[in-house]
Structure formats: C-alpha cells, structure tokens
Design a protein around this ligand. Structure first.
Ligand SMILES: NC(=O)c1ccc[n+]([C@@H]2O[C@H](COP(=O)([O-])OP(=O)(O)OC[C@H]3O[C@@H](n4cnc5c(N)ncnc54)[C@H](OP(=O)(O)O)[C@@H]3O)[C@@H](O)[C@H]2O)c1
Length: 343
C-alpha cells in the first residue's frame, strides 16, 4: 500500500491519507517522552507522507494538542487534515492532579466530562488555542457510550443529543469544521449516532482488528450506505498485535490475559506460515474494507512509526486472509472481502 494515497472522508469533501498519526503517544501514552522526541515522531510521520493527524484534549491533558500544534505551525494549513475531540474540558488542577495511569505525567489539568452545547463550544475554542490553529477539520465526540460511562451514560447522551449535537451542527454550518463524528471504542455508540446525527466519520478504536470484529459488520454496512467513513485506531489493541504474545504484552490498556495471549499465538502461527509479520497483517486488515478511510498509527517512538509505515507498505498475500478465516481466527466474510480487495 502507498501510505500517502488518500481516500475521501465521508461526504466532507476532505481526503485523508490511508495512514494517519494518532496523537496518544504525543500525550505520553504509557511512556513519558520529551518535546524533542515528540517532534521526531511527527517528523517521521510527515516524512513518510502522512497528512492526517488525530489528537484530543485528553491526551496528556493538553500536552498532545500543544506538541502537535507546535510542530504543524510550520506547515501550510491546507497541507494536512486534523481531528481532535470534544466531550472533556480541562480544568486547572491547582495542586490536586488526578492520575489516570494511561497518559503519564499529564499537564496540570483534570478532565471533566461535558457533552453539552457550551461544553462542546468551549472545548473547540480551547483546542484551537492549544493547537495554535484557526481551524480544526473534524471534531469527534470522545468516549460517549456505556463502556466508558456505565450508569452515567444516559445523562451524558442526553446532554449530547440536546446540546452538543446542536453545537456541532452549528460549527459545521458556519464552516468552522468540515465534519463531526465520534471517537470511541464501542460499536453500539456509533450505530446509535447514525440514528440521532448526521456524522462524517467515526474513529473506532480496537473493535476492527485481527483480534476483535464482534458486532462490527452491521456498522460497516451502514457506514457504506450512509457514506460515513471509519477511521480505525487501536489496530494493535494497545500493543499485543504489534509485539506478539510476549510476557507482559498489553491488550486493551491492560496486561493481556492467557486467553488473549493464546489467540494471538494462533494468529502469529498463521502469519508466520505466510512469512508475514503479525503487525503488518494487523495494520492492513482494517484498510481492506471500503468503509475505512484511514488507519491510525499509535506511536510514541520514531521506531514504531517507521515499523508501522513498513508494515503498511509491504504486500500481503491474499491467501493469508483466507487461511485466517479457514482456521476460524477472523470473521469469514471480512476475510473474504480482504482477499478480494487487498486495500
Ligand atoms: N476513543 C478514541 O477516540 C480512541 C481510543 C483509542 C485510540 N484512539 C486513536 O488511535 C490512536 C492509536 O491507538 P492506540 O495507541 O491506543 O493503539 P495501538 O495502535 O493499538 O497501540 C499503540 C501501542 O503499540 C505500540 N506499537 C506501535 N507500533 C509498534 C511496533 N511496530 N512494535 C511494537 N509496538 C508498537 C506503541 O508503542 P510505543 O509507545 O513504543 O510506540 C503503543 O504503545 C491513538 O493515538 C488515538 O489517536 C482513539
């Protein structure tokens, strides 16, 4: 695959490169990096031809947006596409900083959920300032849904439907943004949004991977029907599909259990029989579906960027997808489609 090739992003008129950089690493995702290292990560992505960048206020409580914005300051605004998130406001911690254990050494702010009209407008304004940009292309509602909010989910959804959505529609009508959508780890939230909104794209993390495809097919079908794009994040399910089933491998933000390790070993065996590194298959699998516009590279180091670029650029034999399906390791329909349309 040519990582700098582009696909349309929903009906927004924007085109995004099929490989994109996820800003989690720039916000110290499980690893503290300094500003110079963060700049090197973006350098490596830009150098490889990546022109779509995703970030969020939550990633390092502003750190990822500040680092990304500082780097992009030197680039023409029309030469890249940028998405960030709404749904959390950053409140000054003033000596009472809450740690989340995922984004390490955050900036001195605590995160407060707010999916209301004012919350979305304030978040958008604050992101522009942190990024140092006069325009954000896509705003994604961050982590709405039951998986994140449990019993509080109905209240947050109500705030979004009765307020936040109006703000997003207004920003789009005014031309302040080209489109909106969700940035979530759950399929159900996206299906729901297709009923109450007119989204451009969903950033779906960890749910369309070699390890997980449960329930994603109805969403893929509806996205094609409605011309809504998927941006796929978490293609390594936080790491295990890149590192393989090594001791301490990370699966969905925690240490992998034996069941996940066993499943990954099976995937590795089939990949090895085709001489394909597991990480290459993990990166390319989502892009074989026509609803997917881009795959986010999650990286806190230049070597991760380089390895992922290499993984996307190396051809994969169709027979791999068929074997994964034959052995019941990947959904048969998705694998058949992958073999026919190798991305
Ligand atoms: N709710 C949401 O909106 C949401 C949720 C999750 C993700 N996302 C988006 O998707 C992006 C990527 O997600 P993610 O970072 O959670 O997941 P991921 O891509 O599944 O995993 C990233 C992890 O894999 C490691 N890694 C990457 N390439 C590697 C390689 N070739 N070999 C070994 N390890 C490698 C990275 O380690 P290093 O630190 O060593 O580079 C990083 O810790 C995020 O940055 C964000 O933009 C959005």
């Amino acid at each position: 695959m040519d990582v700098s090739s582009t696909r349309p992003l929903g009906r927004s008129g924007l085109k995004v490169t099929i490989a994109s950089l996820g800003g989690g690493g720039l916000g110290n995702f499980f690893r503290v990096i300094d500003d110079a290292s963060a700049a090197s990560v973006v350098d490596a992505a830009w150098g490889a031809g990546i022109r779509y960048y995703d970030t969020a206020p939550f990633y390092g409580r502003g750190r990822s947006e500040r680092r990304l914005g500082a780097w992009l300051d030197h680039k023409s605004r029309d030469s890249f596409v940028l998405s960030t998130k709404v749904g959390r406001l950053m409140a000054p911690a003033r000596g009472d900083l809450e740690e989340d254990g995922i984004f390490l050494d955050p900036s001195p702010f605590n995160s407060i959920y707010d999916y209301s009209y004012d919350g979305v407008m304030r978040s958008h304004e604050a992101s522009l300032q942190r990024l140092g940009l006069d325009r954000i292309d896509i705003l994604l509602v961050h982590d709405i849904g039951e998986m994140m909010h449990g019993d509080d989910a109905p209240g947050h959804l109500h705030a979004l439907k009765t307020g936040g959505m109006k703000a997003l529609e207004e920003l789009r009508s005014a031309g302040a943004i080209a489109g909106y959508g969700l940035g979530v780890n759950e399929v159900a939230a996206c299906l729901d949004c297709l009923d109450y909104g007119d989204p451009t794209a969903f950033l779906l993390a960890g749910r369309l991977t070699l390890l997980e495809q449960n329930g994603v097919k109805p969403l893929l079908a509806k996205c094609l029907e409605r011309q809504v794009s998927l941006i796929v994040g978490g293609v390594f399910n936080s790491g295990i599909l890149a590192t393989g089933a090594v001791p301490g491998a990370r699966y969905n933000y925690a240490e992998a259990d034996e069941a996940a390790l066993a499943q990954v070993r099976k995937l590795e065996t089939v990949c090895a029989a085709h001489d394909v590194p597991l990480s290459h298959a993990a990166l390319q699998f989502p892009l074989t579906h026509p609803a997917v516009a881009s795959v986010l590279i999650g990286a806190g180091t230049v070597s991760s960027v380089d390895r992922s670029i290499a993984g996307l650029s190396t051809a994969i034999p169709d027979a791999l997808w068929r074997d994964l399906a034959d052995q019941g390791l990947v959904d048969a329909e998705l694998a058949a489609a992958a073999a026919q349309h190798p991305g």
